[in-house]
Design a protein around this ligand. Structure first.
Ligand SMILES: *[C@@H]1O[C@H](CO)[C@@H](O)[C@H](O)[C@H]1NC(C)=O
Ligand SMILES: *[C@@H]1O[C@H](CO)[C@@H](O)[C@H](O)[C@H]1NC(C)=O
Ligand SMILES: *[C@@H]1O[C@H](CO)[C@@H](O)[C@H](O)[C@H]1NC(C)=O
Length: 315
């Protein structure tokens, strides 16, 4: 089993290496995992590397079908949108676009697009989602706000402290849905429950808390193995400007200088002290992340390798 898995990985890598010297022949769709440097990547595409970004777009996400707020309820709708995307990108002559919502099997049109992804370290991504999405309460009582989440957890919406987070993690651990929102739209708790897998595999998006299993990881890996370019930032949010991802995209002018989405308020340290439990609950996402790192490293293509140039990303 293990040997088979290793052989499979080698085959994938061999295929990946062969692709390396081919010119970029198709428009790129970058899977924008929320709080995973998608905004930064969009700036790099649009302002620094001459991509013709799909329009209309918000943060490089095609409006209205591929934005963060869009909820796609199943294969049929996904298929219709995917066909529209092919027509729209082709007739507009666009070279680049992003999808910032869960992707159904139909969203992957391997013969029409090159798929790319930038994977952020899971703990960093969770920290960012906690700071910018889950623990923010500047739109009090809006459905996505912290007060609404506290209410769903059966807590006083005005209660102070971060007990709500431990309660939420215990619900994920014990696979309890209770009154937690779970539909095809954004639900903040999913950012703490194997979020990367849920995004790459929309078929897993509405699984209940703790419901993502190895079958869904395998689906995510199978999709990821077909990607044209994979990049991964490390646990310090550092990435090599000359890594496989940018090399394949032919982005030669990558810089970390533009700050995007910096916190409008004091940075909370909500993952601190909870790393162990977060790692345990998100073990499958960690496996996916490690697989992405291996793909990124092995697909580097020794002949093309340039000296490393490290960038510290901020989001
Ligand atoms: C490189 O990117 C910067 C912005 O980050 C831009 O001002 C500059 O024109 C780009 N250089 C080239 C050669 O495209
Ligand atoms: C994972 O869960 C799905 C249902 O969501 C089930 O069909 C499948 O058998 C499970 N896989 C494993 C490995 O437990
Ligand atoms: C979070 O931790 C950092 C580093 O220890 C500290 O400087 C900062 O004040 C902390 N922030 C909060 C809101 O506690």
């Amino acid at each position: 089993m293990l040997i088979a898995a290793i052989c499979l990985l080698h085959l994938v890598q061999a295929a990946a290496l062969k692709l390396d010297d081919r010119p970029r022949s198709l428009p790129v769709i970058l899977v924008h995992i929320h709080k995973g440097f998608g905004s930064w990547a969009c700036q790099q595409a649009a302002f620094s590397n001459g991509e013709s970004v799909v329009a209309p777009a918000e943060n490089c996400n095609w409006i209205p079908h591929d934005t963060h707020a869009r909820s796609i309820e199943g294969h049929t709708v996904a298929n219709t949108i995917a066909e529209l995307r092919v027509k729209h990108m082709t007739s507009g002559g666009f070279t680049f676009g992003m999808i910032e919502r869960p992707l159904w099997a139909e969203d992957y049109r391997w013969t029409h697009f090159h798929y790319a992804v930038l994977m952020r370290h899971p703990l960093k991504e969770m920290d960012s989602n906690l700071n910018y999405e889950i623990a923010r309460d500047d739109h009090k009582d809006a459905w996505w706000s912290l007060s609404s989440l506290k209410r769903a957890l059966g807590l006083d919406p005005d209660s102070k402290g971060d007990d709500w987070l431990d309660l939420l993690l215990s619900m994920i651990q014990h696979r309890k849905q209770g009154r937690l929102l779970n539909n095809y739209g954004w639900s903040s708790w999913k950012a703490l429950d194997n979020f990367k897998i849920r995004v790459l595999v929309a078929e897993a998006w509405t699984l209940p808390p703790g419901g993502v299993n190895r079958t869904h990881l395998e689906m995510a890996v199978e999709r990821l193995n077909k990607f044209y370019a994979v990049g991964a930032a490390d646990e310090d949010d550092v990435i090599d400007a000359n890594c496989q991802l940018f090399d394949r995209l032919r982005w030669t002018n990558v810089s970390a200088s533009l700050k995007v989405n910096t916190a409008p308020f004091a940075k909370l340290n909500l993952t601190r002290g909870r790393e162990e439990v977060l790692r345990r609950l998100n073990a499958l996402d960690f496996e996916l992340y490690e697989h992405a790192r291996a793909l990124a490293e092995e697909g580097q293509g020794p002949a093309r390798r340039r000296p490393r140039r490290f960038l510290h990303l901020v989001e």
